[in-house]
Design a protein around this ligand. Structure first.
Ligand code: FAD
Length: 232
């Protein structure tokens, strides 16, 4: 795995771009433009990149979003279960995930070093500022995950089935999954999950995906990123 297709996220997570259907010498913008031009029988024509950008911008602005579905991307993601749950809500993606029934799971947790204050204006959200006694919160959190990890090991050692023993593990346990999604639905995902009302931890994964797309196809992503706002 190269340096360019892997980004560390949070304390122990990552996002990797492990596959796509962009052929050598091709790019995301051309793929979208080609799919759109088939409607006038002109999909065989090679056009300058700028022409493709103009067409793709028009498509996005006028909600002709289906040509974007021809770009397919596959990611490997390691994140807390709470982030995984947010990803799973995006139903058009294909998912295969680590099992906590087939084998014992790693008792590895996301351990925040900054504990944000509960938002007063948005019941779902946090403030950007840290609580007064951050150190105490770190201690309470660490103690709780240690107790949970120990309880899991003890239950396994007692012979309890893995599918039941996992019940004591908290939402910040890391898990890994493979996530395949087309660009139309990824644009929608990025719009929702990069927004300021998305949970910061999940937003961090959206930012990493954004950066990986930029690294994969710099010129196309420079143009496409500005069009995400049309995928609401
Ligand atoms: C900030 C934030 C807070 C949230 N809070 C909550 C919460 O408290 N509780 C909760 O349950 N969820 C919550 N969600 C999840 C949210 O309700 C959506 O499930 C999630 O964002 C996925 O969006 P989606 O359905 O548009 O995407 P996808 O599932 O990827 O679907 C993409 C698009 O396909 C179409 N589509 C997919 N399935 C159907 C269908 N069955 N029928 C018709 N069209 C379909 C729609 O156009 C949809 O926009 C939250 C999301 C965000 C971003």
């Amino acid at each position: 795995m190269g340096h360019f297709d892997h980004i560390d996220v949070l304390d122990k997570g990552f996002v990797e771009l492990i596959g796509d259907n962009i052929a050598d010498g091709d790019n995301m913008i051309s793929m979208i433009a080609r799919a759109a031009r088939v409607s006038t029988g002109k999909d065989g024509e090679q056009r300058p990149f700028e022409d493709d950008v103009r067409l793709v911008t028009f498509l996005a602005e006028h909600r002709h979003h289906s040509p974007f579905e021809h770009v397919i991307l596959t990611f490997r993601i390691k994140a807390p279960l709470s982030v995984n749950i947010h990803f799973l809500r995006h139903r058009t993606a294909k998912v295969n995930a680590e099992s906590a029934r087939y084998r014992k799971v790693r008792t590895e947790f996301y351990e925040p070093v900054i504990f944000r204050r509960q938002s007063k204006v948005n019941k779902q959200a946090s403030e950007i500022d840290v609580i007064d006694d951050n150190q105490r919160a770190i201690e309470i959190f660490k103690n709780a995950i240690d107790v949970a990890a120990q309880a899991y090991e003890e239950l396994i050692n007692l012979g309890v089935a893995r599918e039941q023993a996992r019940g004591v593990l908290p939402e910040f346990r890391y898990t890994t999954w493979i996530w395949t999604i087309d660009l139309r639905n990824l644009m929608h995902f990025l719009l929702l999950r990069s927004a300021s009302d998305a949970q910061l931890e999940t937003r961090s994964y959206a930012y990493a995906i954004d950066e990986l797309l930029f690294r994969r196809d710099r010129d196309s992503w420079f143009e496409l990123k500005g069009l995400v706002k049309h995928f609401c």
